[in-house]
Design a protein around this ligand. Structure first.
Ligand SMILES: Cc1ncc(COP(=O)(O)O)c(C=O)c1O
Length: 374
C-alpha cells in the first residue's frame, strides 16, 4: 500500500527534539505515572494488582473494566460498543481499512489530521475535501457537504473538536451531518481525540446522535497520557466485529500495562480532566491576550481543543516563518502548510503555562523585527 508522507509527523520528527520551547505539542502537558497514581488515590509505589499481573495478551478487545469506563463517557453506550486500539491513530486506521476500498467515496472536512484524507486515498477511494474557512469561524458549510455526497459515499469524516482550528461542532451541527449521511447510508467518523478539552460545556458525541456514528479517541490529549498509546473505537457492535477481523492481523491486544493505567485514568477522570481544563482555559486566556496585544497576529479564538490557528502578518510562507522562529528564538510552532493551509501557524497552547508565556514573549520580540506583508 502506497501512502503520501504525513506532513505534520515529519515536521515534528525533524524539530521537536531540537527546539527550546515546544508550542507545537497537541497534548495537554503530560502526566507522570506518579502524578496519575496520586490523582487516583493509589498509595502503593507499585500497586499490588499491577505487580501480580501476568504479562500475557489480556482480554482481546481490551479489558472489560476499561471498555466499561470508556462507554461511561458517552450518553448511551455499553462495553459492547467499545474496541480498544493502539491510540486514535490505530482506531482511525482500522475504521478506514474496514469500511473503505477502491471505488468508494469519502468526504473529509479539512484541515484535519492527515490520516482522514491520506488513508482512504491510499485504499483506492476518491476523497472530496470540504475546506473550512476562518471567515465562517472554521465551521463546516453543511450545504457544501450535502452537495458532494453520493450513494458511493462510505464515510463523512470530521475531527471534533477540530485540530488545528479549535472549532467545535455542537449538537445541531452533528444532527445536520447525521441527516446528510443518513440520506446516502454513509457512516460519520468523528475523530473525537480532543473531547474533554472544551472551553465551555462539552459537545455530545456523534455516537449518541447517529446510528451510523463512529467515535475514535484516546488517553493522549485531554487525559495527558499519550505515552500509553491507548485508544478506542466506539460504534455499533456490528462495525466493531468487522473491525476486529482486521485488528486480529495488526494488534491482537493492546498492552496490559497500558490498559491498566488507562482504566486508572478514566476512573480518576474528574481529577485528570479538571487539571486539563485548568491548563487549557488558563492558557487560552494567555494566548488570547497575546493575540489581542500583538498587531501582527490574529485568530478565531478556539472553543475547544489544544491548538489555535493563528495568522502572522509576516512576509514569508508559514514554513519559512516556523523555521525562522525555531532558528532565531527556539520556539516551535507548526506551519499551516503541513496541514494543507497556507497563511497560518498552529500554536499548541496546552503546555506548561510558563513555557507558553516565555515562548509568546520571544515571538513578540521576533515579530517586532519582521517586515509585514504590506
Ligand atoms: C485529530 C487527531 N487524531 C488522532 C491523533 C493521534 O492521537 P493518538 O495519540 O490517540 O494516537 C492526533 C494526534 O495529534 C490528532 O490530532
Amino acid at each position: 500500500m502506497k501512502i503520501e508522507p504525513f506532513a505534520v509527523e515529519q515536521w515534528m520528527n525533524a524539530w521537536e527534539t531540537k527546539c527550546d520551547l515546544n508550542l507545537a505539542e497537541t497534548c495537554v502537558a503530560s502526566l507522570t505515572l506518579a502524578e496519575l497514581m496520586q490523582m487516583a488515590g493509589t498509595t502503593q509505589q507499585m500497586p499490588s494488582d499491577l505487580a501480580a499481573m501476568h504479562m500475557t495478551y489480556g482480554e482481546i478487545r481490551g479489558s472489560t473494566r476499561l471498555r466499561g469506563l470508556v462507554a461511561g463517557m458517552f450518553a448511551d453506550q455499553s462495553a459492547e460498543n467499545v474496541l480498544i486500539t493502539h491510540g486514535t491513530i490505530g482506531a482511525n486506521h482500522m475504521v478506514y481499512q474496514t469500511l473503505v476500498g477502491t471505488g468508494d467515496h469519502v468526504v473529509a472536512i479539512t484541515p484535519t489530521y492527515q490520516q482522514h484524507t491520506a488513508i482512504p486515498r491510499s485504499l483506492g477511494a476518491e476523497v472530496t475535501e470540504i475546506a473550512l474557512s476562518a471567515d465562517q469561524g472554521w465551521m463546516p458549510d453543511w450545504d457544501a457537504v450535502a452537495k458532494v455526497v453520493t450513494p458511493a459515499t462510505k464515510i463523512i469524516a470530521l475531527t471534533n473538536p477540530n485540530n488545528p482550528t479549535g472549532a467545535l461542532i455542537e449538537r445541531e451541527g452533528l444532527k445536520k451531518v447525521a441527516q446528510i449521511a443518513r440520506e446516502v447510508g454513509a457512516w460519520v467518523l468523528c475523530d473525537e481525540v480532543y473531547r474533554g478539552t472544551e472551553q465551555g460545556d462539552p459537545a455530545p458525541s456523534i455516537v449518541d446522535i447517529y446510528e451510523k456514528g463512529i467515535s475514535t479517541g484516546s488517553t493522549s490529549k485531554a487525559f495527558s497520557l499519550a505515552g500509553l498509546r491507548l485508544g478506542w473505537i466506539v460504534g455499533p457492535h456490528e462495525l466493531l466485529d468487522a473491525c476486529e477481523v482486521h485488528r486480529d492481523y495488526t494488534t491482537i491486544s493492546v498492552g496490559m500495562v497500558d490498559d491498566y493505567f488507562a482504566a486508572m485514568a478514566l476512573e480518576a477522570k474528574d481529577a485528570v480532566l479538571g487539571r486539563s481544563r485548568h491548563i487549557t482555559r488558563g492558557n487560552l486566556a494567555v494566548l488570547t491576550d497575546w493575540v489581542a496585544g500583538e498587531a501582527k497576529a490574529s485568530f478565531v479564538p478556539p472553543r475547544a481543543g489544544t491548538t489555535a490557528f493563528v495568522a502572522l502578518d509576516v512576509a514569508m510562507s508559514s514554513y519559512d516563518q516556523c523555521v525562522a522562529l525555531l532558528k532565531d528564538t527556539g520556539v516551535m510552532f507548526t506551519p499551516g502548510s503541513a496541514l494543507g493551509v497556507e497563511g497560518y501557524v498552529r500554536i499548541g497552547f496546552a503546555c506548561a503555562p510558563e513555557v507558553l508565556k516565555e515562548g509568546l514573549g520571544r515571538v513578540s520580540l521576533w515579530l517586532a523585527n519582521q517586515p509585514a506583508t504590506g
